[in-house]
Design a protein around this ligand. Structure first.
Ligand SMILES: Cc1cc2nc3c(=O)[nH]c(=O)nc-3n(C[C@H](O)[C@H](O)[C@H](O)COP(=O)(O)OP(=O)(O)OC[C@H]3O[C@@H](n4cnc5c(N)ncnc54)[C@H](O)[C@@H]3O)c2cc1C
Length: 452
């Protein structure tokens, strides 16, 4: 048997790392996940996924989509099935009686609202991952690239070699520095969006006691200095709440979150004179300020054998409910192109893939470059438009301003390009581009031995 050390290291087991691992697993490409935490994350919060995210699941592994369907929750009223969210005001009365009230929804007949508890989503994702393909308590400290392989150095001193690394270590992931520092040092650090959030999970019965009929379906309560989103998850047993607060000060804290008193948290919103029902709901939130950071500029997603995926590449503000969906699109496109690479060179002593070499580096680089070309423009556009969307929720869009009819029209026009994107076309494009790059001389002479 030829020596085969073609194994991809995946750094991080969040939605990005796991989605990519499911894709590789489905295609039979060997991988190992390194996660710094002692176990898969059980962080409790909701996540909403649009039709593009569901299509990505379908194309990664159809069973993934089927399992998601079992844990997903939509709006509880059947007539709101296709509504992403409905506009409300934070002010006293929530806008009731105003001309738009009751028809302030945005969505599409092709959009079906779905969301889930993150723990449930991660549980179904981890069910695809073989136990021996994950190593917990492994914090990667640094990486160095050699000829046809990468060394990962862990905090505990261990060093391992892999054919390539796909880093999905989150918005503040260290791998971003490794990929960008030399050529684009100014793009390394995440940028504070000028907003922080508080989060809560409210039992639906309590949410109904407070909000009545408004509790059962996704809502966005808007004001100039803050906004609150609510939606049902966990079969309608819980309401997920995220309360956003604008903040003109730079972020001064070493961590991305810090605790404040309950009074300080409520004061953040009370100064905008919210409806009393929202104040009661906020009482359920933990008084922890989570800073929202993003990566508005990422000039490349790869550097030779190390490639970025998910938030470490393109974290955005969570205003379009699209970050996790972008992780899944990355996962689909990158696993497919690496699958194409892997299956193009069947095992043999002369295979260029199975031992480290400059040629193997070029082959992997061609795959990473094709992924970068297909995914980066779209993912970065999501970051840009998410920022705009946050301005709309704060009634500060230069055109729509505080006119809710215009706000709702803007929101109704805003999401199609995210939801209705042709992912099958992207898959074809990434595979074609990969083959083209090989033919363009990146890997001269290799095409004859490949089963492309
Ligand atoms: C308030 C809020 C609400 C959101 N709501 C939505 C929504 O409704 N819909 C949506 O689509 N998106 C939403 N998002 C965005 C979405 O949550 C993210 O885009 C997504 O979870 C990012 O996943 P990831 O795998 O890239 O990163 P992460 O989930 O951050 O995972 C990174 C993993 O890497 C590990 N790690 C880090 N460093 C190392 C290291 N050195 N070595 C080993 N392991 C390491 C971490 O422990 C972690 O497990 C929201 C985000 C926020 C903040």
């Amino acid at each position: 048997m030829p020596q085969n050390d073609f194994n991809i290291a995946i750094v991080g087991a969040g939605i990005g790392g796991l989605g990519f691992a499911i894709g590789l697993s489905h295609l039979g490409v060997p991988f190992t996940i390194y996660e710094s935490a002692p176990a898969f994350s059980a962080v409790g919060a909701g996540v909403g996924l649009g039709p593009n995210a569901l299509r990505a699941m379908d194309l990664i592994d159809k069973r993934f989509r089927d399992l998601y369907t079992n844990i997903a929750t939509g709006n509880l009223k059947p007539e709101k099935k296709h509504v992403m969210m409905e506009a409300m005001l934070m002010d006293e009365g929530l806008g009731e009686g105003e001309s738009w009230f009751g028809h302030g929804g945005w969505g599409s007949k092709d959009f079906t609202r779905t969301g889930a508890h993150r723990k449930d989503l991660l549980d179904i994702m981890t069910s695809f991952i073989p136990k021996d393909a994950v190593r917990f308590n492994k914090r990667v400290k640094s990486m160095t690239q050699g000829e046809g392989s990468v060394a990962l150095i862990f905090e505990d001193g261990e060093v391992v070699q892999h054919a390539a690394v796909v880093a999905s270590d989150g918005v503040k992931g260290f791998s971003r520095r490794i990929v960008l520092q030399d050529k684009y040092p100014e793009a390394v650090e995440p940028v504070y969006t000028g907003k922080y959030v508080y989060r809560a999970m409210v039992p639906m019965d309590d949410a109904k006691d407070i909000l009545g009929d408004l509790a059962t379906d996704a809502k966005m309560f808007m004001s100039k200095g803050a906004n609150i989103s609510t939606y049902p998850i966990s079969e309608g047993k819980l309401m997920n709440l995220v309360a956003f607060k604008r903040d003109d000060e730079p972020w001064k804290y070493p961590e991305f979150k810090y605790d404040v008193s309950k009074e300080d948290m409520l004061e953040d919103f009370v100064q905008h004179r919210p409806d009393g029902r929202l104040v009661k709901l906020l009482d359920w939130a933990k008084p922890t300020r989570w800073g929202i950071f993003h990566h508005p500029t990422t000039p490349t997603y790869y550097n030779s054998l190390i490639c970025l995926l998910g938030d470490v590449a393109h974290a955005g503000g969570p205003h379009q409910g699209a970050g996790a969906g972008q992780c899944l699109e990355d996962s689909l496109i990158l696993s497919r192109v690496l699958g194409k690479l892997y299956t193009s060179f069947p095992p043999s002593k002369s295979s260029p893939l199975f031992t480290p070499s400059p040629l193997r580096t070029k082959l992997v680089e061609a795959a990473f470059r094709a992924y970068d070309e297909v995914r980066r423009p779209r993912a970065q556009e999501q970051v840009r438009t998410a920022k705009e969307c946050g301005e709309i929720y704060n009634l500060q869009d230069p055109v729509a301003g505080t006119d809710i009819e215009k706000v709702v029209k803007n929101l109704n026009d805003r999401f199609y390009w995210i939801w209705e994107h042709d992912l099958e076309k992207d898959v074809k494009q990434v595979e074609q581009r990969f083959v083209e790059l090989l033919g363009e001389g990146m890997c001269a002479g290799v095409l004859e031995s490949a089963r492309l």
